[in-house]
Structure formats: C-alpha cells, structure tokens
Design a protein around this ligand. Structure first.
Ligand code: C2O
Ligand code: CU
Ligand code: CU
Length: 573
C-alpha cells in the first residue's frame, strides 16, 4: 500500500528536523495512513504477510489488500447499496464483521459467517448509518484476539448530506486524519505475542509516530482497536478539544473536553484548533495513570499474563508538528452540528435486563475463569434473546463484575439513558454501539430493532475486550417477525436449472417458479471446499465465477423458506 503524502511535513521538514533532534526519546516515525477505497464495489483480500515495524526482523502479520498491517479505509455514502467481495487468503478460516453497520444478520460477519481459506464471501447492504467512523474486523469465535493482534481490520467512513453540509475538515490525511490506537508486545525476533495488554503503543501500526498537521481546525477520527486497553486521551498542553461524534453519528453540538476515556471498540471524532500555531508541536497522550484499577489500562501488573509496560502510566500516542495552513482550511469550531431524534423511553415495548458478571471458577475453553453475560458462557448453538422486529427496547446492563467491560451490540445504534440513574455526560449523548460499563454500574440504553428479521442468523452482543469475548463474554439474539424464514431444514427437489454465459463468465440460476427466492448460495469445488458464499444473492445478474479454475463444482442452494436444494453439479472448462 502506498504512503499518503503528508504535504505539511514536506513543507516543514527543515525546522521539524531541528525540533526532533531535541527529543532525547528520539526516533519518531512518520505515521502511516491507510489508503481509501470508495464507490459501491469493494474488494478486500485478507492475507498473511510481513511488516517492517521495528528495525531488524520483520513481524509476521495479517493484513488486507496491499497493506502490511491493517487495511484500507472504506468510504460509504449513506443511501448507497455497497457490495463487498471478501476473499480469505489466510491460512485459517476467518470472518469479517462491519462494526456499527445496520444490516441483515446474514451479512454481518459475526462468528456464524465463517469464510474458509480461499473462499470469497459477498455480502451487500444498503447503508443507512449516519455519517461517522465505523470499522471492520475479524470475529471468529475463540480466534478474535489472535486475528486482530495479527493486524486485521480497517476503518469505514460514512458520509451523508447532513455532515457534508457542515463547515468541518474532511480532506483525508491532511485535516481529517484517522488514528487507530492499539498496543502490542513484541517477543523474540520482533514477533507479536497475543496478549491483552501490549508494551508498545502503536497508531495505524506505526510505533512512536509523528505527523504534520496544518495551522487550522484538524479533525481526528480515533478508534480504540486495542485488545483490552482504554486510552484516557488528552494533549500535552492540556488544550481543550471538541468531540463531534459518538460511535454512530454526530452529536448535536461539539463538546469541549480536556480528557476523553476511549474504550475498546469505541470511536470518536474530535476537532483540534491549531489556528495560528504553525511552528509549534504538541503530543496526543494517554493519561492512564489516573485510571482506577478496575478500568482496562488502569491495572498495574509488572509480570504475569496481564503484565505490560504501559499499565497505569501516562504515555505518548502521537507527536504532532503544526505547519502552514492549507488554502481551504476551516478555522473555527462550529457551534452546532445536527438535531438528533432519539427513541423516547415512553415508547419502549420491553425492558431487558442483561447482567455482566465475574465467573471465577467457571472454566471456559481458554482458561480457568471468565467474565460472563446473562450468567452463561457463550454457546454458539443457543439463541439467548428473541427481539420482535420494530421493537423499541430498553436494555439495562447491570454489572456485578469487579472489572469494567466495554459492552457492544450489533444491528443497532443505541442512546444511553442513564448511568447509575444519572444522565451521562453530554459527549455520550449521541448514537452509540459500545459503552464502557464500569464495575458495579447499571447502564440503561434504548434502541429500535428495525428492518431485518431473520430467525436463523443471530446478531451478537459482547464485551469488546477481545480476550473476554473469546473466553465467552458474549450472547446472541435473533430479530423475529414478518419474514417467512424459520428454522426447519429439509432437502427438496430442485426447482431450478443452471445456465452459463461463457462470454461474461456468469452463472445463472433459473427457477421454474419465478416467485422463488434464494436465501443462500454456496459454490463448492470437487473436494467440497466452499469457493463462493453469497447471502441473499441477486440471481438475476448471474454469479461472477471468474477466478474459479477448470473443474467440477456444485451449487448448494438454500431457498428463502430455508429448504435446501440438492447440490447441482456444473463444470468450468
Ligand atoms: Cu467490533 Cu461484535 O464487534
Ligand atoms: Cu460489532
Ligand atoms: Cu470484558
């Protein structure tokens, strides 16, 4: 993946070099910025690779497309239907989850949508999310921590007409800068060890990074992609910065703060006003020394499974060097942003109580103890909750845990009503999909479950500390309702035939009854390995089978009523 040119840096290189030599801690590296992909068709190839993260040996990583760590930033437009081709070239199965997106469960990329090696999965959906920053990452049960540690993931930027009309910085990599925060431990020969807390801070996969920004209002899109750690963000000169989004959209107005505690899975966009500050520099830092022991990152273990060099410390995240302003810069923080309409608790159809607790002594597949949700370890075969379509629900997250957990739910964006009975701080009064539930806390949120009923494919809710999730701190719900989809599987005689267009290399499935719909199509090779996974395929356009080598294949079709057709063979010459 090519590096984004940092125009500010080239302009300010001479004096910033002089400045940098004053730093005893030394050696800054230029922050890597992932390339963007936009449009409505996106090809993502997950692969194992190597990255030169530190001097010496390269680190064995996994990444997407041409990246050596992490993946491209996808730019979606609200209202567009986006088509994703996700090809797994890893040596292991995986899944790819679109964190924060509202979409059908069968497209969600949770633990049930497993993509075997050498298979292409083709989900698509209409983007209905508000403009904000989202992300995508693997979600294979028991393997999420490992696969995220290796570097798999990427950002999604959604744009919409409301956000586009505001005087906000939006020139990617110039005054609109993505920051993916995580930390890693390097074992012998520079290799990653999957651990809950790392010894070294990384931004976009860069250690000890610096970046040049213009002397104007700069927007940072910040994701906590760490396995466990929360970052108590602030600037070295204690300046006020302005939070403009929560996970799933704009706040009504910017909220000025000097610290912001960002937890695993959460995103914020902030504005930093550097107008008139050309020639200065400032550090974005984590002020984690003040965190309680019960907050992820506030623990202070020197050794053991949670031992790390950054626990309960303040440390640098990113060194920022301010250069000349750009010609079309923004120089003021807007007074207001949008007018959100959140669901009213008066209209709630149900209140659900979800407990978060310790389970000391409850063995799970990974170890002797786990944290749990709903008093149970995650069981992929059990649906924990049924939510009727179009329900507006209050979920009451009641923690009896001694530790704090960033709770995340798929399918919906929610609005936090109360924390321990009190209205949350104003920077949390926006659309959210992750909330840090502190030890012993009761958090109530409200959400509406619209559009996508499917009694088969569940959505997940879980702690976004990947270690806790893998250990079983996860549950799943289905949205029930209007569709004909119900759980009965039996094989029926095939009511379809196959046609092949040699020119376009497209395979057409023709139903004898034109009313018939497909729920799922898989194309398997002669050894039974799945090559294509097509949830709810648009069959009228045919299935693109370029890339399938010569040989025998079968079409495995599931009808909309969940009946399975007999596998239908075809040959590629
Ligand atoms: Cu970001 Cu279920 O996860
Ligand atoms: Cu998610
Ligand atoms: Cu947890």
């Amino acid at each position: 993946m090519s590096f984004h040119r940092n125009p500010i840096f080239s302009r300010t290189m001479t004096w910033s070099f002089v400045l940098l030599t004053n730093f005893a801690s030394g050696q800054f590296r230029n922050l890597w910025i992932p390339d963007t992909l936009s449009g409505t068709n996106f090809n993502l190839t997950l692969k194992d690779t190597l990255a030169q993260i530190r001097p010496g040996n390269q680190t064995v990583t996994s990444a997407i497309n041409n990246c050596s760590f992490w993946g491209p930033t996808l730019i979606f437009k609200k209202g567009d239907t986006v088509n994703l081709n996700v090809t797994n070239k890893l040596n292991d199965s995986t899944t790819l989850h679109w964190h924060g997106m509202h979409l059908p469960a069968v497209m969600d990329g949770g633990p049930h949508q497993i993509i075997p090696p050498n298979t292409t999965w083709q989900p698509y959906w209409k983007v209905t999310n508000n403009a904000a920053t989202y992300w995508y990452h693997p979600h294979l049960h028991l393997m999420t921590m490992d696969q995220i540690t290796k570097g798999l993931g990427g950002l999604i930027i959604v744009r919409d007409s409301i956000e586009s009309a505001l005087p906000l910085p939006r020139t990617y990599s110039v005054d609109d800068i993505p920051l993916v925060l995580t930390d890693r431990t390097f074992a012998a020969l520079n290799q990653f060890t999957p651990r809950p807390y790392g010894d070294s801070m990384m931004v976009n996969g860069t250690l000890n990074p610096q970046y040049g920004i213009p002397a104007q209002v700069v927007r940072f899109r910040i994701l906590d992609a760490a396995i466990e750690r929360s970052y108590n963000l602030g600037f070295s000169d204690n300046r006020t910065f302005y939070v403009i989004t929560s996970d799933g959209g704009l706040l009504n107005a910017p909220v000025g703060v000097t610290r912001y505690l960002l937890s695993a899975g959460e995103r914020i966009e902030i504005l930093v006003n550097c107008t008139g500050q050309a020639g200065s520099s400032v550090d974005l830092r984590a002020y984690n020394s003040v965190l309680a022991n019960s907050i992820p990152g506030g623990e202070n273990f020197a050794t053991g499974p949670f031992g790390n060099a950054l626990g309960k410390r303040d440390f640098n995240i990113l060194h920022l060097v301010v250069g000349a302003a750009t010609a079309s810069g923004i120089f003021a923080i807007p007074a207001s942003l949008t007018a959100n309409v959140f669901p009213n608790p008066i209209n709630a159809d149900a209140t659900r109580i979800i407990t978060l607790s310790d389970s000391t002594g409850v063995p799970n597949i990974l170890g002797p103890n786990a944290f749990i949700i709903g008093h149970k370890l995650f069981n992929p075969g059990i649906i924990n909750n049924q939510v009727p379509i179009n329900n507006t629900e209050i979920w009451q997250l009641s923690s009896t845990s001694f530790f704090s957990h960033p709770f995340h739910i798929h399918d919906v964006e929610f609005y936090i009503l109360t924390r321990n009975g009190a209205v949350p701080p104003s920077y949390e009064l926006g659309w959210k999909d992750v909330v840090l539930v502190k030890n012993g806390e009761v958090v109530r949120f409200i959400a509406k479950f619209e559009d996508y009923a499917d009694a088969v494919h569940p959505f997940m809710y879980h702690c976004h500390i990947s270690l806790h999730e893998d250990e079983g701190m996860m549950g799943q719900f289905v949205v029930t309702g209007t569709t004909a989809i119900s759980k009965k599987e039996k094989t029926m005689d095939n009511g379809f035939s196959l046609q092949f267009n040699i020119e376009t290399r497209r395979l057409f499935i023709k139903f004898s009854n034109p009313e018939t719909k497909a729920y799922y199509v898989k194309i398997n090779d002669a050894l039974g390995r799945t090559k294509r996974m097509l949830p709810r395929p648009h069959l009228q356009d045919g299935i693109d089978i370029r890339g399938l080598g010569a040989g025998q294949y079968t079409v495995q079709l599931t009808y909309d009523n969940l009946q399975q057709a007999k596998p239908m063979p075809f040959t590629v010459k």
